[in-house]
Design a protein around this ligand. Structure first.
Ligand SMILES: C[S@@+](CC[C@H](N)C(=O)[O-])C[C@H]1O[C@@H](n2cnc3c(N)ncnc32)[C@H](O)[C@@H]1O
Length: 232
């Protein structure tokens, strides 16, 4: 598999877009796709990623996210984990400007969450540097690098949010080899969730040893995938 291209600073910045549930997303000119579902960005984050992985019920969630993007999944996770320690490790190799992170979150009640406010401040000050934050009960580590080249933790995540752009335009994060590395990153009983139900993704997850289930998707998506690492 060829190495992914280095993001080109000449490509137009992503533009904010409304979605059907009233939340906002943005359109990426680089990939020709939206970051979140146009049928409802917050609904997708909640149903596919947070509830699909059981994170809303987990006593001490540890999330590994492929593609931090606009932080939609992060905010949806913050919304349901109050009072329980949350570790959030995300990878992003093409970080959006802090202004876009802020603008997309304006309609989201979670924009007022102290961890989100702190993240925005650091994102703005750091300008392209990784983000590490510790707020009461929330530990955030956002690594600005190509996730396919990163040294991922092993047996660590209670949930993997696999949220790259679609396999046709962003194939490196859906390859069988990389799916195997994501499976290694899951703790026993951990759950990988993704919005893609493509056959080759399902087969790649099965080949990585996970038990894969197709679930009904949110509006605009017939099926999504949930893949569990069996207990020993
Ligand atoms: C669909 S968007 C993610 C949306 C995000 N999860 C959210 O909640 O807003 C996909 C993201 O994956 C990132 N991405 C794609 N390939 C990557 C790679 N190889 N390494 C790191 N990030 C990658 C893109 O830059 C983009 O921000």
């Amino acid at each position: 598999m060829p190495a992914p291209e280095i993001p080109d600073p000449q490509i137009a910045a992503p533009e904010v877009q409304p979605t059907a549930d009233g939340s906002l997303t943005a359109h990426s000119a680089r990939y020709g796709q939206s970051y979140g579902s146009r049928f409802g960005a917050v609904s997708q984050a909640r149903q596919v990623f947070v509830e699909g992985s059981g994170t809303h019920l987990h006593p001490s969630p540890r999330i590994l996210e492929v593609g931090f993007g606009l932080g939609q999944n992060f905010r949806a996770t913050l919304a349901v984990t109050a009072g329980r320690p949350l570790h959030y490790l995300a990878y992003e190799f093409d970080p959006v400007p802090a202004t876009l992170l802020r603008d997309v979150a304006t309609s989201d009640p979670l924009a007022a969450h102290p961890a989100w406010a702190a993240l925005l401040e650091v994102w703005n000050e750091n300008r392209g540097q990784p983000v590490q934050l510790e707020q009461p009960g929330v530990y955030v580590d956002i690594r600005l690098e190509d996730v396919t080249l990163a040294a991922l933790p092993r047996n660590w995540a209670s949930a993997v949010y696999l949220d790259g752009f679609s396999p046709d335009v962003n194939p490196e994060v859906w390859s069988p080899e990389f799916l195997g590395r994501l499976a290694d990153a899951l703790q026993a009983g951990g759950v990988l969730v993704t919005y893609s139900a493509a056959g080759h993704v399902r087969r790649g997850l099965q080949a990585a040893g996970l038990s894969v289930e197709r679930r009904p998707g949110p509006l605009g998506k017939r099926e999504v995938l949930r893949a569990v690492k069996r207990l020993p």
